[in-house]
Ligand binder design. Structure first.
Ligand SMILES: [Zn+2]
Length: 297
């Protein structure tokens, strides 16, 4: 806690985004957080699913998407949604090694789990080739492209996504892979594509423009700005130049020691507002686009 507070203090002095409590006035009605980590998990989390949805509901959020890197969350979303009455809870599956990598059967089961809360398929995240190679470790990875073609099983995954009107999230695929796979996924009828925390994979500005031109939605996450406030300037620049229609904003919170998701969303919105992003643009990125991806009104 002491470390977090002192980081906040320093970033606040530098005009950074940190705020803990002063953004309580920000209204979260209609806001959906598409990047909610919570326990149980194999990584340390600040709260469990139940606590996360209760806090999100109390803060006035409209919905949350539970994300786990290693196991499906459609089942957990169903259980957690029974604890709340004014919050939509969704889940999905990330195609890392723990579920067999690019495994169409895992996606089928994620969708079939009772409750119908499974909505998103993330391509490999921590086990992506791009991520593992960038870390320079000798860990195994799950390729999404092989010899310039989608990896085995991937077009079948695209077909399941289309049949069930799911969202394809690009995980930690490289910008080059993202740009190669989007038109193929679209050919297979995938309409809802989310480019997971787009800046996390270090795209060039041209690649971001090309991503926007595909009609995919790019995610801007608060966690990155919370740890590196200077990225906010890049967020603002792409929102202003490409239009809010191409983006969603999410918290990516849940890490032990970090504030709760609603606080993250509030602080994100406040930081964008102080940088001349309009409420209308915020509404598109925090409410309209996430709802559209999830098939809500
Ligand atoms: Zn995350």
């Amino acid at each position: 806690m002491r470390i977090i507070l002192s980081v906040c203090f320093i970033t606040a002095i530098l005009g950074g985004p940190c705020s803990i409590a002063q953004n309580q006035h920000i209204d979260l009605t209609g806001v959906i957080d598409l990047h909610v980590h919570a326990g149980p998990d194999s990584r340390p989390r600040a709260m469990n699913d139940w606590e996360a949805v209760k806090m999100a509901e109390a803060a006035g959020l409209r919905g949350v998407l539970l994300k786990n890197h290693f196991t499906l969350t459609s089942d957990r979303a169903t259980l957690a949604s029974q604890l709340v009455s004014n919050l939509q809870v969704f889940g999905g599956i990330a195609l890392n090694r723990s579920v067999g990598g690019i495994n169409p059967e895992a996606v089928r089961q994620m969708v079939a789990f009772s409750g119908g809360r499974g909505k998103v398929v993330w391509l490999p995240t921590f086990d992506s080739e791009f991520y593992v190679r960038r870390l320079g470790t000798s860990d195994s990875f799950v390729p999404v492209m092989e010899s310039g073609e989608p990896a085995e099983g991937l077009v079948e995954v695209f077909s399941i996504i289309k049949e069930n009107d799911l969202v394809l999230a690009m995980g930690h695929s490289s910008p080059t892979e993202v740009l190669a796979l989007i038109p193929i996924a679209q050919e297979y009828g995938v309409n809802n594509i989310l480019i997971t925390h787009v800046f996390g994979q270090d795209p060039t500005r041209l690649q971001i423009q090309q991503m926007a031109a595909t009609g995919a939605i790019m995610e801007l996450d608060w966690l990155a700005a919370y740890t590196n406030p200077s990225i906010l300037d890049e967020y603002v620049e792409v929102i202003q130049s490409l239009g809010a229609e191409s983006f969603v904003i999410s918290s990516d919170f849940g890490q032990e020691g970090n504030p709760d998701h609603a606080t993250g969303m509030r602080d994100f919105i406040a930081a964008l507002r102080t940088r001349e992003i309009s409420q209308e643009q915020i509404d598109i990125m925090a409410k309209k686009n996430p709802a559209k991806l999830l098939g809500l009104n």
